[in-house]
Design a protein around this ligand. Structure first.
Ligand code: FE
Ligand code: FE
Ligand code: ZN
Length: 295
């Protein structure tokens, strides 16, 4: 499989004063050829103007290092909830923020924004999902970019929409601008959501049947602290969770996932980022027992 294109990276923070330039340098220091970042704090919608985020400095370094910008990913803040039918003010805020965020993603010359579909807040899937579809239609009519939104598969915690491939497909099938939507599959989330992640072929076949593999824009490769079908969503380091290194490796190197960016969102080990080590092991295919202790 020498023509296999492996794009492997992690979530990287972005803080001042270097901002994007620092993000890019950090990703490269871990041996990454893709990465994912938030354009501001993940938990709020306060945003610094993109003009001061050192985007061109970062892009220059990407170019010098031969990184393909089309493989980079931005994650939307997780407080955006398009499934909210209880608080109209919050919903309006979310929709308008998302329009602004898509423009910010375009400012970075990134082409994919990962978005949690939302939570129905106890009002039931149908009500929540309809609001998500309406919200996406509103946004995609107005943002004026061609950035794609990748809906993430979720663990099904609380009222989370998108636990099953069917739930994700419902949104994809009902939005008007279908060409602007894709999917981000998270191995921890689908495990916690009830899928048998160890059966990679079977799970991908099911994904293809229900959603279509052509819709898959990104894979989040995380081990899970919880058992299959726990509906929990807590990521673990590779080899330390219930999924295990060998299964994660199968996802990373699966022939059907050739060329699709794969991004780690595994927890830091104390003060240390685990990504250099995790990426090294995934590239070599060799697992080092107790690697966290020797980090
Ligand atoms: Fe996510
Ligand atoms: Fe994820
Ligand atoms: Zn998660």
């Amino acid at each position: 499989m020498s023509d296999y294109k492996l794009y492997l990276g992690s979530h990287i923070g972005m803080g001042g004063p270097a901002y994007y330039e620092g993000t890019v340098k950090e990703a490269l220091s871990y041996g990454e050829n893709t990465f994912m970042f938030y354009t501001g704090a993940p938990q709020n919608t306060r945003r610094t103007a993109t003009s001061v985020l050192h985007i061109e400095e970062g892009r220059k370094i990407l170019q010098e290092n031969g990184v393909d910008e089309s493989k980079l990913i931005v994650h939307a803040p997780y407080i955006i909830n398009l499934g909210n039918t209880l608080k109209p003010d919050t919903y309006d805020l979310a929709v308008n923020f998302l329009i602004q965020e898509l423009r910010r993603v375009q400012d970075f010359h990134v082409s994919v924004l990962v978005l949690h579909p939302g939570s129905h807040l106890g009002e039931g899937f149908e009500k929540g999902a309809k609001a998500v579809v309406e919200g996406l239609d509103y946004v995609l009519e107005r943002d004026g970019t061609n950035v794609k939104i990748a809906l993430e598969t979720m663990a099904g915690k609380g009222g989370e929409i998108g636990r099953t491939f069917e739930e994700v497909a419902y949104i994809l099938n009902n939005v008007k601008h279908k060409e602007r939507l894709g999917v981000c599959l998270d191995t921890c989330h689908i495990n916690d959501g009830g899928y048998d992640v160890a059966d990679v072929d079977g799970t991908l076949k099911e994904f293809d049947r229900v959603i279509g593999l052509d819709k898959l824009l990104c894979v989040h490769v995380n081990d899970s602290k919880n058992e299959r079908d726990s509906h929990k969503d807590r990521h673990d380091n590779l080899g330390y969770g219930t999924i295990g290194f060998e299964t994660i490796l199968k996802w990373v190197k699966h022939p059907l996932l050739n060329g699709i960016p794969k991004v780690l969102e595994t927890p830091w080990v104390g003060e240390k980022a685990p990504y250099k080590k995790e990426i090294e092991m995934l590239r070599s295919g060799v697992y080092e027992e107790d690697w966290r202790e020797n980090l």
